[in-house]
Design a protein around this ligand. Sequence first.
Ligand code: ACO
Length: 335
Amino acid sequence: MYSSKITGLGYYVPENVVTNDDLTQWMETSDEWIQERTGIKERRWIDPKTEDTTAVMGAKAARIAIDRAGLTKDDIDFIIFATLSPDMYFPGGGVQIQDMLDMPTIGALDIRNQCSGFIYSLSVADQFIKTGMYKNILVIGSENHSGGLERSTRGRGVTVIFGDGAGAAVLSRSEEKGKGILSSHLHSEGKHAKELALIGPSTNRWVPEIINDNDPDDVSYFPHMNGQFVFKHAVVRFSEAIVEGLHANGLQKDDIDMLIPHQANLRIAQFIQKKFELSNDKVYNNIMRYGNTTAASIIIALTEAWEEGKIKDNDLVVLAAFGSGFTWGSVVIRW
Ligand code: ACO
């Protein structure tokens, strides 16, 4: 068996900054409410006049990650693309990346696990590399939330927390034992699927049906979230996933050098930080600047932490996520 390690990281966020105050032009909300409940100060939303889409942003992040890995597009053996906001209902974003980066006809897999998308993607990539099937896999998380959010007071409970952006990592084969990805653990509990979901359009509630109904109260094509229910489950599942990852490797909470939680809500991250008794320099958060970018959030945060020199050789890095599905999981990395 080989090991797999992250050899390249990159991210891209749209230039357009939307502050909490900016949101008040569409809905009754306030900077104070949003910061107090979520920690978010601003987020990036795609300016529709630009070329950015979920796939375009993913491709921009991917180019940086491939370059930093010291590779070219022709060295990549496989693409894994995670998003809940694809440019098209089908096909998925992976094939768009293959085309946009002018790559050879390699395989492209799409992952639909929302906020846990990057954890799931990294885990799948890890298996392909460890078994020797592939040498270099491009893993991308990208989201265009702003295109599908309800910009009104009715939608404020969801709309204020989401932002757009993309991150990418190159996972490569390594023969160094005890380094790279040590473990990944994945979970789901589908009975809570509708607590955080976008029901229509789908084959259950297809577009003509929605249009024919012409019902002003129909919110099925906007994301729905039972915020407090999700919050309560998130804090429990985040903790479980981290403990599971540590125990599988015979490690303790004191061994963590850097925890990168999915950026769902700063209050969730602070709860986890307190529970694991981690000092401020051992947890990386950037939700203040980007909001919740779902499948992109961990990879953007990981890239920034690495760029800022906060992740060093041999550090124990723990990634953890919880989100719609419900799905959750963790990845433990010896850097
Ligand atoms: N501005 C002002 N007031 C608001 C806003 C807003 N943006 N949103 C809601 N309110 C009001 C509500 O109407 C409600 O008013 P009422 O008491 O008069 O009825 C009050 O504020 C409280 O609303 P709650 O929804 O109970 O607010 P809560 O404290 O739960 O915060 C939040 C909402 C921030 C969404 C929180 O529940 C949360 O972060 N949940 C977890 C999110 C999460 O982890 N998601 C998983 C990842 S996302 C994914 O997988 C796609």
